[in-house]
Design a protein around this ligand. Structure first.
Ligand SMILES: CC(C)(COP(=O)(O)OP(=O)(O)OC[C@H]1O[C@@H](n2cnc3c(N)ncnc32)[C@H](O)[C@@H]1OP(=O)(O)O)[C@@H](O)C(=O)NCCC(=O)NCCS
Length: 173
């Protein structure tokens, strides 16, 4: 639970209760929320703190490993893997809009994938992205994910089903 991962520019650390206000401010942005499946918009007060507490519990039961993406000790986004019951771990991430386009999520994702395969010995990761989010598709492609199917996912912020691409990644043998 004290796991900290580093990359050339970033530190990935477990979330803390005190991250709630910042998290709400950054992913309360429509441009972030509209690309995520389960984040509501507007983002209600208190939800971030509840969600952070859940992540702490889920880390302890191996259900999720979610990290704050920090740059110079400032939280700029979130990345992690989580699973339902005995299903595969699914990679998810978002970054505050002010930091887009600088390769931060590609850098963070590569590190979390290495953590999953090397430290946790996970045999397969899944991921997905909305069809209108090519930047996320590009990140997954660069990390080696392959497209396994096209379908739809409900998007809570948009309040509708959105076309989505589903991908998976196995460790290099
Ligand atoms: C999508 C998101 C995670 C990207 O983060 P980021 O740190 O800006 O991404 P990176 O800079 O690491 O990489 C983005 C890649 O997509 C490419 N890209 C950006 N916009 C693109 C577009 N419109 N079409 C195609 N590729 C695009 C970039 O060129 C880059 O690829 P490159 O490294 O080969 O040049 C960020 O914009 C975000 O958090 N968006 C809102 C939430 C979200 O979409 N989360 C993911 C849900 S699946």
């Amino acid at each position: 639970m004290n796991q900290v991962l580093t990359t050339p520019r970033l530190t990935l650390r477990p979330l803390r209760r005190g991250d709630g206000v910042r998290l709400q401010a950054l992913c309360g942005n429509w441009n972030v929320a509209r690309m995520l499946a389960v984040v509501p918009h507007p983002y209600p007060d208190g939800l971030a703190e509840t969600w952070i507490e859940e992540q702490t519990a889920r880390w302890q039961s191996d259900a999720a490993y979610v990290f704050a993406i920090t740059l110079a000790e400032e939280l700029i986004g979130v990345i992690g893997i989580e699973r339902e019951d005995d299903g595969p771990y699914d990679l998810g991430y978002w970054l505050g809009e002010a930091w887009w386009g600088q390769g931060y999520v590609s850098e963070a994702a590569a590190r979390v994938i290495r953590f999953a395969f090397e430290n946790l010995q996970i045999e397969k990761l899944t991921a997905s992205y909305f069809a209108d989010n090519p930047a996320s598709g590009r990140i997954q492609k660069k990390c080696g994910f392959r497209v396994v199917r096209h379908g739809t996912l409900p998007c809570r912020a948009r309040g509708e089903e959105v076309e989505a691409v589903f991908t998976e990644l196995r460790p290099a043998s």
